[in-house]
Design a protein around this ligand. Structure first.
Ligand SMILES: [Fe+2]
Length: 212
């Protein structure tokens, strides 16, 4: 049977491979603090706000499959985790997303390419979609987000793609070609998966919410 981290540290102390060199420090307190420090998570900067735009709709369905079987466009798998600024994963956060289809059209009558997801026990959310198309009112391809969780400020933002032709292959230099892209952090790298017949893009987008 595996022993706990705490038991292992106490065993180290008993066998002499861990020792205390501070007066008044008790072994049990020191080992508890050691264990806690190992479990602590790195602080994270809150995700940057970005415009909500005109096409948000309430009450989107809870579905992770946004792409219908014959929908045109490059398949896109988006996943990420929701954190607080202390770096702890947030379970049960609500992630509302909406985007244009491959042709740059939003569904204003129904709920195509719209969803309201919930983060799982490790803060994870994911959905299957297509790379959003460009549309005349906007320079860049993007997916809109509203993320909410109890005890945290609502985050309104957008996800952008480093492969967007607007960036000419160099988002570091060109991300501001879309005046609405005020943060380089929102432009995410793209990974291609599958084979040439089933090629699809994958993008990771972690989001970090500020506490109230
Ligand atoms: Fe939009």
């Amino acid at each position: 049977m595996r022993i706990t981290r705490r038991e292992a540290l106490l065993q180290c102390a008993a066998l002499g491979s861990l020792s205390l060199a501070a007066p008044g420090l008790r072994l049990t307190d020191a080992v508890s603090a050691f264990e806690l420090a190992e479990q602590s998570t790195a602080a994270r900067a809150a995700t940057q706000w970005n415009e909500i735009g005109p096409f948000y709709k309430r009450l989107a369905p809870n579905t992770s499959q946004l792409r219908a079987p014959n929908d045109p466009g490059l398949g896109l798998a988006v996943s990420g985790r929701v954190f607080n600024t202390r770096g702890q994963a947030l379970t049960g956060a609500k992630i509302e997303i909406w985007q244009a289809d491959h042709h740059g059209l939003y569904d204003l009558d129904g709920y195509r390419y719209r969803a309201a997801l919930e983060s799982d026990a490790s803060g994870l959310y994911k959905f299957q979609s297509v790379m959003p198309g460009h549309y005349p009112a906007r320079v860049c391809q993007h997916i809109h987000y509203v993320v909410t969780a109890p005890g945290h400020k609502a985050l309104i933002t957008q996800l952008y793609f480093a492969t967007d032709p607007v960036f000419d292959g160099d988002p570091d230099k060109n991300y501001a070609k879309d005046p609405l892209v005020m943060s380089r952090e929102l432009v995410r790298p793209v990974t291609l998966t599958g084979d040439p017949k089933t090629i699809q893009a994958a993008v990771n987008f972690d989001v970090v919410l500020e506490g109230l």
